[in-house]
Design a protein around this ligand. Structure first.
Ligand SMILES: [Zn+2]
Length: 408
């Protein structure tokens, strides 16, 4: 579905700022049988709302296709970095909200239930909400009570009926996946105590623009929030920001804490963040002309390097099979005729294929076993960390990191 209105403020003064071509869903890895079936692709463009500064995709793919039918493969338990991050989140949120054992916490987009296990250990009542039947099953296996569905009035009401109004509702890296914000936000507001908190993390527009993270754009990420657009959204549904901070997760995110109590609104902190966003000109259309020019230049530099190495007979593998690397591979038009395989540590992904580019996913040890000469780092913003890790597996390997100045 093509969108005509801003999902935060309903304004229709939207300008197209980012164009990445046609892409399949980024987080749906394919099994061998699916390689013989048709694959839906959709235009991947972003729009900037001239009224509230929100950035959203121009085309919304069907929600059921994204999470219910798909073999959505991300789990928190997969990743050490994710586990460390959620432990820090648990510590700081517990302190900030003074949550107690009689309280009820609801998390939507609760995935495999990992974050809620920390609160559960403190004897706090928890409920997870997630649309993926696979993830709900995983969460229940470890004792995290979970409801299958999207966040909204019905799912929140079900959770509240069972365990009471929530002291905290959490939605990390999921508010940016929601197209019907009205249904989600009204549901959240209806289930929250007056002295409760709605807390969420989302990748930030400031980091996306400032670090040229074009690969944070994919169909599952419907929105890219700024503090300005998040503040607009929350106020619309009767929630007020008490705290906001920039955190170093997913290349740069926002952690936003809000409450139904209007008197707790932290206007000066919101103002400070919005001014920083404005000084980076992220609400200015011209900024994105330079953004597109830079990412297209990087793409052409990488392709020139890749094909000159291919001509010399070098074997090239890509490192990291994430949703982001699929945006990169599909935007760069790199596929299984150029890249031998993508290496990844996740057992949920090894043996599958990348959507669109159809590259097999293998373990990191294959970089050595299959005599790979060159590694293309797709998670290029953590290029330094990954090059050091890969060197330990194969010390003769050469690296291509998109965006690096000495590429050619
Ligand atoms: Zn707007």
């Amino acid at each position: 579905m093509l969108t005509k209105k801003c999902i935060v403020c309903d304004n229709s003064n939207l300008k197209r700022i980012i164009e990445l071509g046609f892409h399949p869903l980024a987080d749906t890895f394919l099994n061998k049988e699916q390689l013989l079936l048709p694959l839906n692709t959709y235009p991947l463009n972003c729009l900037l709302c001239k009224n509230c500064g929100h950035v959203q995709n121009e085309y919304f793919t069907p929600g059921d296709e994204r999470y219910v039918e798909s073999n959505y493969s991300y789990t928190s338990f997969n990743s050490e970095a994710a586990k460390k991050h959620w432990l820090e989140f648990f510590d700081s949120v517990s302190k900030y909200t003074h949550v107690e054992p009689t309280d009820h916490i609801i998390e939507f987009g609760s995935n495999d239930g990992y974050l809620l296990t920390h609160f559960k250990k403190k004897r706090i009542e928890v409920t997870g909400i997630d649309p993926s039947p696979v993830m709900v099953r995983e969460a229940r296996k470890i004792g995290v009570d979970s409801i299958e569905g999207f966040v909204g009035k019905d799912t929140i009401a079900t959770a509240v009926r069972k365990k009471g109004m929530a002291k905290i509702i959490i939605g990390n890296n999921v508010v940016n996946h929601i197209e019907n914000l009205k249904e989600a936000m009204s549901g959240i507001k209806s289930g929250l105590k007056n002295d409760g908190y709605f807390i969420f993390e989302v990748p930030s527009l400031k980091a996306t623009v400032g670090k040229y993270l074009f690969d944070m754009v994919f169909h599952e990420h419907i929105s890219t929030f700024s503090v300005r657009s998040a503040d607009t959204m929350l106020k619309r549904y009767g929630l007020y920001i008490t705290h906001v901070e920039s955190i170093n997760y997913h290349g740069g995110s926002l952690r936003i804490i809000s409450t139904p109590d209007a008197s707790a609104y932290n206007a000066s902190l919101v103002k400070k963040h919005v001014e920083a966003e404005e000084s980076m000109k992220i609400f200015n259309q011209k900024t994105y002309v330079a953004f597109m020019a830079k990412i297209i230049k990087d793409k052409n530099d990488v392709l020139a390097k890749v094909y000159s190495l291919k001509k010399k007979g070098k074997k090239i593998a890509a490192i990291g099979a994430g949703a982001r690397s699929n945006t990169l591979l599909n935007f760069y038009r790199l596929d299984n005729t150029v890249i031998e395989f993508v290496s990844d540590a996740s057992k949920h992904k090894i043996g599958k294929y990348t959507p669109g580019s159809l590259i097999p996913i293998k373990n990191d040890a294959s970089l050595q076993a299959e005599d790979i000469d060159v590694a293309l780092i797709t998670a290029w913003n953590i290029g330094k960390y990954l090059t050091e890790k890969i060197r330990k597996i194969n010390d003769t390997i050469e690296f291509i990191v998109p965006g690096e100045k000495d590429l050619l």
